[in-house]
Structure formats: structure tokens, C-alpha cells
Write a protein that binds this ligand. Structure first.
Ligand code: SAH
Length: 568
């Protein structure tokens, strides 16, 4: 919908070092923007990509405004396959490498021409605007500013054609953004731009624009809430499109029916404490609104559009995410999206650094690796205030990492504000899987994942599990195989495994997989010594059926077949 979405920070995409100066000038105009540079070609960018096309398409699909410093044709070709897709179209602009031309390409209804003008001003050139209405009137009538929405886009297009054909126009209602544009206004005009909250069909001769000035407040969720709200607005003669948000009592924050209603109505949910009546809750946050009180809801009509972001607060979100082993391309897209929406990022410093770079408005809270419970509690405290918080783990957050710590903290807490946080666990590629994929398919049959660290469990249980897992002929994946504080345990663990496995059993050692300087080694169980392993190593020990064979590059494939021989 035009002008509704709070726009994300633009991405300035450059291909070579020659564009960096122009990119930096653009960044002065849009300080939140990030410069994306081609890896290996550009230095001094904020982020790096490997494939121009893939990265442009990903940005487009995430509705990120794109300023590409290259030929317009390259941008068009890269995005062509996506243009038929429905959904929000972000502004896309091509800017000449030396800043001498600004060409708005896509996103007419999301403000591309406004951006083109701003960029033109910043670079001292005239933007290549080609939209007729925009050229004639100096504004896109179909894209009213934030807080206003068009009743009917198709009718709007006809209306603008009429004005271009020479019709005059009258403005009814409050349209502050049109005060300084060159519209052919006249009091005798047949065409009108009408700004108001009332529900009615736009007539043939008018452009109907609704200010989002209405808030509906409820104390609790119920089935069919969206329909109920629609009915109440209709009975009050208010257009649904004037609805800015739902304001709900904090106590109901986690109720699914509420979130479903907000999605159906296409509006945000905001929350406030309910102490007295619903009307007093609304009056507290919207003092100058006119209230229509009903038995189970209050409709509040403000004199101006309401910015939901300033009303009460949103539901906090806590996402425990897995970065994967390290390489950016092994991070799942949901995790990338979560990182870009995060306001606070918590984690062990190495992983927070791996998850970056972050924008200036994102707060990083780096802590020591061992302070897991404290970090989990801190994350809930922030999220309970309504913030979007991310806790980072390497690999998968549920494998010897933060997800269980976060759940443990929640389980132990009786704070209702913690319970209401929108808690999400987003998976990642765990080190055992990333290592296995590089070696072939050593985990192709039943396997067992163990941490050899006795920080949080007695060594005796480790030995017992090792003994039983090895006896069961499971492939073994060892996390935390060794550390400076427990140098001798891996040797003891291998002793137990050797009771049940032959010396010829293949062993895969993956060190820093997916990170710079990664190494992969295949040895036999007889050859394996603790010196080959450190705390950044993943150890995969084969079962009796795991086998190896030569690869064309001289190294070896390792796999465990899917079948298992019948017992004799
Ligand atoms: N949550 C993580 C595991 C944390 S435990 C995951 O799912 O991958 C830490 C152990 O994981 C390390 O001691 C090491 O054994 C292993 N590990 C983590 N990242 C690794 C990598 N990139 N390469 C090899 N092993 C890794």
C-alpha cells in the first residue's frame, strides 16, 4: 500500500572502487544507508557480496530501497525475473558511477521519485524523472505521505489522467503535503481531492484519501475480532483504511487471536497498561481524540494521523538465532532478516562480530562465553520492554548453545512480561552438519551427537554414553572435544571408543569449517591423537560401515551407507 510502510534504510550497491566516493556522498544524505561492495574488488564498504544479481534480488525481495551505482540496464536485467511478482516494490534507482545522473527505475508508489529528487539535490544534478503526473504537479498524488492512504488506486490513476488532460481540482479537508505543490486548483473545479475518515464510495470525480487517524482499543482478544472491528467501524461510518492500529491491554499481548486480527486488518498492534477503564487507557495515550465507547471496545478518532510507533509500545521479540558455521552463504535467510530487524544483539563477542556489521542504531552487548544464563536474562529484560532482541549462537542455537539457556531462564521466571515476549528460535547449520557435508556423507546413517565438555555434566555420564553409543555402532559427532582446561579427556574418550571400533574406522576432523583458514582431515581411528584436535575442531568418528574412497582431487570421500547389514 502506498506510503504506509515505514521505509527501510537504503542499500547503496557498488561494483568497483571508482564508485566509492559517490557512494559515500549518497551516504551523507542517507546516514542509515549501507554500502554493499563486490568482495575482492572494493575496500571500505559496509558489507560485501559475491554475486551482484543474487544480492540485488535478495534486497529487492526484502523491500530494501536500492541505489545501484551502475548502468540502468544491468539493474533492469538483474531484477527482470522478479518484476511480475506481487508484493511491495521498493524504490530502485540507478546512479552513474561519477554521480552525474540519477535514474529512478522502479517503486513509483513507494517514493522512488522523492528519493531521486533528494539524490539529485545531494549530487547537484537533475533527476531523470519521467512520471507525467510527478513532472507536472511536482508530487505523486497516488503516493500520499506516511499517515495517509488512497481509497482506490485504480480510480486514482483515472483521476490523475483527468488532471493531466486539463481538469482543475479543489481540495476538501486537511492535506498539508499538497500546500506547496503546483496543482491546477480552482474553487469552481469539478474534480476534488477529499481527505477524511468517513466510509463512503469515492465518486467518479474525486480522489479519496483517508488519514490514518483512527485507533480501536480492546481489552482482550476474541475469535472473529477483525470482523468485529470492521463491523464497529462501519456502524460508526468510519473507513477501514483510516484505522492506524489496534491498541490493546498489555495483559492480552501474547494471545494468538489478537495477532491474527491485526494481520487480517493489516495494522500494527500496540499495547498499553489497562488500569481503569478502556476509555481511560485510550485517553492516556491519545488525549485529543474523540472517543466512541462501545461495550467491549473504544473507537478513538484523532484530529491528525496517528503514528503507531508513538502510541503505547509494541510486543517485544526475542530471537535466538544460529549463524551457521561462519560463512555468510550458510546462514539461513530468516536469520539474516532477523539480524536486520534487531535493535539489540547479545552474544559472545566472537559471534556478535561474525553476525555483523551492524548499523549505528543497533546496540551490541558482547559478553564472555561462559555468562550464558546472565545473557539470557538480560535478553528477556530488554525484550520485555518492547525491544527486538537477538541472541546469537554459532551453528545451531539448539545444539550446545543459547536456545536451551534462554528457555531455562524463561522456565525459571514468573515475570508475566517475560512470558508475553514473542520468543522465536531460528535454526542454523550446525558444525557437525557443515563438516559432514564437506567430507561427503559420514552422517548418512544413524548417528549420535555429544559434547565432551564436563563443564555442565559429570565426566562419568560422558564415559557411559560414549560406551553405549559406540557399542550401538552409531557414528559419533564430538562437539567441544578438548580445551586447555581439560587436555586429557579426549584421550580417555578415544580409549572408550576403541573398545568397540576397529583402528581402520574413518575419522573426519573439521577445523574452523566455513571460516577463514578452514581445514578438513580424514584419518583412521588408529592414527587419531588428541594433538590433532583443538576446541575449534569437530570430530566425526565413523561406525563399522563408514567407508572412504579417493576423490579426483587426491583427497577422500567419506560416507556411511544408508543400509545396515542384517544380523547373522
Ligand atoms: N551451536 C554450535 C556448537 C557450539 S559448541 C553448533 O551448532 O555448531 C562449540 C563446538 O562446536 C566447538 O568446540 C567445535 O567442536 C564445534 N564447532 C563450532 N563451530 C565450528 C566450526 N566452524 N568448525 C568446526 N567445529 C566447530
Amino acid at each position: 500500500m502506498a506510503g504506509l510502510n515505514r521505509q527501510q534504510a537504503p542499500a547503496i550497491v557498488i561494483l568497483g572502487p571508482g564508485s566509492l566516493t559517490t557512494a559515500q556522498r549518497i551516504q551523507l544524505r542517507y546516514p542509515q544507508a549501507t554500502i554493499h561492495g563486490l568482495r575482492g574488488r572494493v575496500e571500505g564498504a559496509d558489507q560485501y557480496y559475491d554475486s551482484f544479481g543474487d544480492s540485488l534480488r535478495a534486497l529487492y525481495q526484502q523491500a530494501v530501497p536500492i541505489i545501484a551505482l551502475c548502468a540502468a540496464g544491468i539493474v533492469i536485467r538483474s531484477l527482470a525475473s522478479l518484476l511480475d511478482e506481487k508484493g511491495a516494490e521498493p524504490p530502485v534507482l540507478a546512479v552513474a558511477e561519477n554521480g552525474s545522473a540519477v535514474v529512478p527505475l522502479l517503486g513509483g508508489l513507494s517514493g522512488v521519485n522523492v528519493m531521486a529528487r533528494e539524490l539529485g539535490e545531494a549530487l547537484g544534478v537533475t533527476a531523470a524523472i519521467t512520471t507525467s503526473g510527478e513532472l507536472r504537479f511536482g508530487t505523486c498524488l497516488l503516493n500520499p505521505p506516511e499517515g495517509y492512504t488512497l481509497a482506490d488506486i485504480e480510480q486514482g490513476k483515472r483521476f490523475v489522467s483527468d488532471l493531466l488532460a486539463g481538469e482543475g481540482v479543489r481540495i476538501e479537508g486537511d492535506a498539508p503535503w499538497l500546500a506547496h505543490v503546483q496543482l491546477p486548483t480552482s474553487d469552481a473545479a469539478r474534480r476534488t481531492i477529499h481527505v477524511g475518515c468517513e466510509a463512503r464510495q469515492a465518486s467518479r470525480d474525486e480522489l479519496l484519501i483517508h488519514p490514518r487517524a483512527v485507533v480501536v482499543a480492546v481489552a482482550a482478544a476474541r475469535a472473529g475480532l477483525a470482523e468485529h472491528v470492521r463491523g464497529a467501524l462501519d456502524a460508526a461510518g468510519i473507513a477501514e483504511r483510516s484505522l492506524a492500529c489496534l491498541l490493546v491491554a498489555e495483559q492480552a499481548m501474547a494471545e494468538p487471536a489478537l495477532h491474527q486480527a491485526a494481520t487480517e486488518l493489516g495494522v500494527e498492534l500496540r499495547f498499553a497498561p489497562l488500569q481503569g477503564t478502556l476509555a481511560s487507557m485510550v485517553a492516556e495515550v491519545l488525549p485529543d481524540a474523540q472517543l466512541i465507547e462501545q461495550p467491549d471496545m473504544v473507537i478513538a478518532r484523532a484530529p491528525q494521523p496517528v503514528d503507531p510507533a508513538r502510541l503505547g509500545r509494541k510486543r517485544g521479540r526475542l530471537a535466538v538465532i544460529g549463524l551457521g558455521p561462519g560463512a555468510a552463504e550458510l546462514m539461513v535467510p530468516a536469520v539474516k532478516a532477523e539480524l536486520s530487524r534487531a535493535q539489540d544483539i547479545l552474544g559472545y563477542e566472537t559471534y556478535v562480530r561474525m553476525a555483523g556489521p551492524f548499523r549505528d542504531d543497533q546496540v551490541q552487548h558482547c559478553t564472555d562465553n561462559r555468562e550464558e544464563m546472565q545473557r539470557a536474562r538480560h535478553a528477556f529484560e530488554l525484550a520485555a520492554q518492547g525491544r527486538s532482541v537477538v541472541v546469537v549462537s554459532s551453528g545451531d542455537p539448539g545444539v550446545f548453545a543459547m536456545a536451551a539457556a534462554v528457555l531455562e531462564a524463561l522456565h525459571a521466571s514468573s515475570d508475566p512480561a517475560w512470558q508475553r515476549v514473542d520468543l522465536q528460535i531460528l535454526p542454523g547449520v550446525s558444525a557437525s552438519l557443515a563438516t559432514a557435508a564437506q567430507a561427503g556423507a559420514p552422517l548418512g546413517h544413524d548417528f549420535c551427537i555429544m559434547s565432551l565438555s564436563d563443564n555442565l555434566k559429570p565426566w562419568s555420564i560422558i564415559e557411559k554414553r560414549l560406551d553405549l553409543a559406540a557399542q550401538a555402532d552409531l557414528v559419533l559427532a564430538f562437539y567441544n572435544p578438548i580445551s586447555k582446561s581439560r587436555p586429557h579427556q579426549l584421550g580417555k574418550a578415544l580409549e572408550v571408543v576403541r573398545w568397540h571400533r576397529s583402528g581402520q574406522t574413518p575419522v573426519v576432523l573439521g577445523r574452523d569449517i566455513g571460516r577463514p583458514g578452514q581445514t578438513l582431515r580424514v584419518v583412521t581411528l588408529a592414527e587419531l591423537t588428541p594433538e590433532m584436535v583443538d576446541m575449534r575442531t569437530m570430530v566425526l568418528i565413523g561406525s563399522s560401515t563408514t567407508c572412504t574412497f579417493d576423490r579426483a582431487d587426491g583427497s577422500q570421500w567419506v560416507y556411511t551407507p544408508r543400509w545396515y547389514p542384517e544380523a547373522p
